[in-house]
Every structure is written in structure tokens, then in C-alpha cells.
Design a protein around this ligand. Structure first.
Ligand code: F0G
Length: 346
């Protein structure tokens, strides 16, 4: 079995790598695609989970970041910046560290999962918490590039979307065809845009005979695309997608339109219930935002006997607070066999 060499080497012929001789890679990609038996049974379809939490920094952002940082480095950049709900900042900080570049991350104060904050700090980024939400963080990140020689690595940087197309390639390569439905959480709307581009590119090249319907799901309290207007005060337990004014709004609409798909909302309760169900029943612990994709499938159902892929965008370990808060605290016993036997007999 040959060794996986990272996305820019494995999928180089499908990506715009002009100027890059030396990819900056943490051997991202090649993530598991798991057949979800119980979910398939519940939905009357064949449902797979794409485990993006298995990437080196624990989310799909590594796909875009290997590309964005490789390009930035090749162009001579020394510092990168992003606004983030947490995962982009973790990935930017890690790949910048690998590249020997500096990284500034702007995150909404108090609204980023603990593990993501820990990552950005540990990878050595300059972490700035701002009094404001993601949309403000992103606009500040854009603005700082007007004043300082810094490269932005949010998905408004086209290299990010370019790298994230590889998620679609991997699905087609693993299944041998495109799924009928691709279910995906939507925040800033870069990933749904990237998957659609990847699928259409593969289709055009004859690698896939069909195209999936793109089903995007936003959190009900942060659902600007569903509502058709900006949300000034987005709120959801799924902090990763707590976004009121997505940067890739227009291309996301195009993906939905062209694929005859849909974008719909799921409530926080629906998200949390799908999230714990996945851990209990499928053995997959993703982060709350990721579970929006499965919450949507459970809420709206799918046509019988279709093949469906739900993209689980990030690792559950990133957000231990929400996990621990969602259940009652584990029992504490005296350290005796009698106490243990008595407890387990109940
Ligand atoms: N799932 C997770 C775990 C995310 O972190 C994000 C976005 C999304 C889904 C939505 O993807 O923005 O491409 O529509 N996180 C960004 C961040 C905003 O800063 O980490 P999208």
C-alpha cells in the first residue's frame, strides 16, 4: 500500500497549483467514509458519513488551508490572517506553523469552542478575541490587509475553495460514483460551494456520470440564506456556523439551484439530538455544527433507496464543554468492588 502524500500531491492534476513547487502539507485528506447502518435503516436509504474530523487539525478546513498556505508561501507572504468561528483559525495556525509563517486569528470573544481556542494558541498564532461576532471578525481581517502586508486565508481567498474541492473528489473516488444527495452544514457557505465545484469538475471530466443534489443546512438562529436576508445577531449552540452574512452566499445559491438541491434550517434542539444520536448509535463523535447535516436528513427525510453522504465537518473533541453540559455528570463511587457491583446491578 502506498503512503498518502497529502492533497496537493494526490490531487495535483485537478487543482490550480501554479507557482507552488513545495506544498505545505500535514498529510491532510483521505478521511474515512463510513457506512452508517442505523441511520440508513432510519432513513430507508444508503447513508455514508464523511469523517472530516479525522483531518490533522480535526476539521475539513485543512483541505483549503494546505492550498491557501502553499500559495501564500510561494508568493512570498510572511503573515496570514483570518476571522474565524474556530476551525479556520486552528487550520491556519497549524499550516502557518508548518510553513514557518506568522498567523493572526480574529475570533468572537466567548463564542469559540474551547478545543479550537487551545489549538490556535498551541500552534503559536497571535490570537485576538474581538467584541463582536464572526461577521465582524471577517470584515476586520479583510480590512487589515489594506493596511499591513498580510494575506487573508478565509474562503474569500479562492485558494481555500480550490483545496476544499478535494472532498468531492474523495467521495466519488471512494464510491465509484457521486451520491444522489450531499448533505452539508452551511455557515460562511464556502464548503458547499467547493463541493459543488469539485463534483461538476469531476463530472465534466467523465469521472462521475451523475451529479448530486446539494442539500445545505443552516442553524435556525443563523439562517440568512434560508431567510433571504442578513441576520445581524446570529445565535446557535453550533458556534462553528454562527454566521449572519455568509461570504459565499451567491455561489452557494448557485450550487443549490444548479443541482436542484435545497437549503433549509434545523433548530438547535434538532442539531443536538442528531449529534448525540450519532455518537450513541454510529460511534461517531462530531461537533454540533457538523450534526446539522444529519439533523436535516432526519427532519426532512430522503427519497427511498437513494445514496446519501452527510459531511461531518469537524471533530467532537473540539467542543468538550457542549458535550459535558449536554448530559448529567458521571456517577462517582467509593473505590470498592461492592460499590461498583451494586451500581451496575441497578
Ligand atoms: N462545520 C464546521 C465544523 C465549521 O467549522 C464550519 C465553518 C462549517 C461547518 C461551515 O462551513 O463556512 O464553509 O459554510 N467554520 C468557519 C470557521 C466559519 O471559521 O472555522 P462553511
Amino acid at each position: 500500500m502506498s503512503r498518502w502524500r497529502g492533497l496537493l500531491v494526490e490531487y495535483g492534476e485537478w487543482l490550480d497549483l501554479r507557482g507552488v513547487d513545495q506544498p505545505v502539507t500535514l498529510l491532510e485528506g483521505n478521511t474515512p467514509l463510513i457506512l452508517a447502518e442505523r441511520l440508513s435503516e432510519r432513513l430507508g436509504a444508503t447513508v455514508y458519513l464523511k469523517i472530516e474530523g479525522a483531518n490533522p487539525t480535526g476539521s475539513f478546513k485543512d483541505r483549503g488551508m494546505t492550498m491557501a498556505i502553499s500559495k501564500a508561501k510561494a508568493a512570498g507572504a510572511q503573515t496570514v490572517v483570518c476571522g474565524s468561528t474556530g476551525n479556520t483559525s486552528a487550520a491556519a495556525a497549524a499550516f502557518a506553523a508548518k510553513a514557518g509563517m506568522a498567523c493572526v486569528v480574529l475570533v468572537p470573544e466567548g463564542k469559540i469552542a474551547l478545543g479550537k481556542l487551545a489549538q490556535a494558541i498551541m500552534y503559536g498564532a497571535e490570537v485576538v478575541q474581538i467584541r463582536g461576532n464572526f461577521d465582524r471578525a471577517l470584515s476586520l481581517a479583510r480590512e487589515i490587509t489594506q493596511h499591513l502586508p498580510i494575506t487573508i486565508v478565509n474562503s474569500i481567498n479562492p485558494d481555500r475553495i480550490e483545496g476544499q474541492k478535494t472532498g468531492a473528489y474523495e467521495l466519488v473516488d471512494a464510491l465509484g460514483h457521486a451520491p444522489d444527495i450531499l448533505s452539508i452544514p452551511v455557515g460562511n457557505a464556502g464548503n458547499i460551494t467547493a463541493y459543488w465545484r469539485g463534483f461538476t469538475q469531476y463530472h465534466f471530466a467523465g469521472r462521475a456520470t451523475s451529479l448530486p443534489k446539494m442539500w445545505g443546512f443552516q442553524a435556525a438562529g443563523a439562517a440568512p440564506i434560508v431567510l433571504g436576508h442578513r441576520v445581524d445577531d446570529p445565535e446557535t449552540v453550533a458556534t462553528a456556523i454562527r454566521i449572519g452574512n455568509p461570504a459565499s452566499w451567491v455561489p452557494a445559491l448557485l450550487a443549490i439551484d444548479e443541482s436542484h438541491g435545497a437549503i433549509r434550517a434545523v433548530t438547535d434542539d434538532e442539531i443536538l439530538s442528531a449529534w448525540s444520536w450519532l455518537a450513541h448509535e454510529e460511534g461517531v463523535f462530531c461537533e454540533p455544527a457538523s450534526a446539522a447535516s444529519v439533523a436535516g436528513l432526519l427532519k426532512f427525510g430522503v427519497p427511498a433507496e437513494t445514496t446519501v453522504v452527510a459531511v461531518l465537518t469537524g471533530n467532537g473533541l473540539k467542543d468538550p464543554d457542549t458535550a459535558v453540559k449536554s448530559a448529567s455528570a458521571p456517577v462517582v463511587l467509593d473505590s470498592t468492588i461492592d460499590a461498583l457491583m451494586e451500581h451496575l446491578a441497578r
